[in-house]
Design a protein around this ligand. Structure first.
Ligand code: ZN
Length: 298
């Protein structure tokens, strides 16, 4: 039987697809759904983690290197359809600064090429042509705060939201393809129960807490959602190994020997969580399928 499910994910940088949705991508690819990844920048301003890559810099080879890492990560996830918004290098990583409250924010100075400074309509139209071509029923990106405040993640949210509206408007920019209405959009998040598991494990193992000091029963930071408000949760389960392999491929950004990273992937019962932004909610509590209850006629 043909699988008519089509999922499109909009991520800011290479490695985001693996860290927040690696198991989800691997699962839908393995099940035979059509999965498309749109990466908005090549992560040219990403902080280089390992010493052996310290020679790379925004101006010398980091973009090419991170594209190679993305190829390897996609292979690990079983993903074959992945593109960059507007083509490779169209939008540059905006970098980030640290806000006083510990979240990320835009730098005081950014270049004209930075994704943060992109014209929203132009960027959205680049995505409209991809949406109209791939016709996904489900589109995933970040919340209004980009999970933690990084300007490129905030911009990815805005571009996704705008493009999903424009894509469905009949008679609008027909040269970009036949109108397509996305049935559901989701924002990635972390469920409070998963955070509770990770924080308890970190404490028991003496792993440094880099999430900040907060009470999971009190007001939650932006990147965490109360578990009862999570609309869909995809357990890592058998796709944990794909996620680990994909994150390992992003060697410039991720040290999988670091206990903090291990913590996020060592526990099979952890899951990737999503909040429904638009469209009809899956029925009854937290679903385990982004497409649950959708009419999937081709
Ligand atoms: Zn990112």
């Amino acid at each position: 039987m043909t699988d008519h499910r089509r999922l499109l994910l909009v991520h800011a940088h290479p490695d985001d697809e693996s860290s927040s949705t690696g198991a989800t991508i691997a699962r839908y690819c393995a099940e035979g759904a059509t999965v498309t990844l749109v990466t908005c920048t090549l992560g040219e301003e990403g902080e280089i983690v390992p010493d052996d890559l310290a020679h790379l810099s925004p101006g010398s080879g980091l973009a090419t290197h991170r594209l190679d890492e993305l190829h390897a990560a996609a292979a690990a996830l079983g993903l074959t359809d992945y593109v960059r918004l507007g083509g490779d290098g169209r939008y540059h990583d905006s970098g980030m600064a640290h806000a006083e409250d510990g979240t990320a924010t835009a730098r005081d100075e950014t270049t004209d090429a930075a994704f943060w400074n992109a014209d929203l309509l132009e960027a959205a139209l680049n995505l409209v042509s991809i949406i109209r071509d791939r016709r996904p029923q489900v589109v995933v990106s970040y919340d209004t705060f980009g999970m933690y405040g990084h300007p490129d993640h905030v911009m990815a949210h805005r571009v996704m939201t705008y493009a999903c509206v424009l894509s469905g408007v009949h008679g609008y920019r027909p040269e970009l393809g036949k109108p397509w209405t996305v049935a559901r959009t989701f924002w990635t998040t972390n469920g409070s129960d998963d955070m509770r598991t990770m924080m308890a494990t970190a404490k028991a193992k003496g792993i440094e807490n880099r999430w900040g000091d907060f009470d999971l029963d009190g007001p939650l930071p932006p990147m965490i959602t109360k578990s009862e408000d999570v609309d869909v949760r995809i357990p890592l389960g058998p796709y944990r190994t794909n996620k680990v392999a994909a994150l390992t491929a992003h060697h410039s950004q991720v040290d999988m020997e670091d206990p903090f990273w291990k913590l996020m992937t060592d526990i099979e019962s952890l899951g990737e969580s999503f909040r429904l932004a638009t469209g009809v909610a899956p029925s009854g509590g937290t679903a385990t399928d982004l497409f649950e209850g959708l009419d999937l006629d081709p």
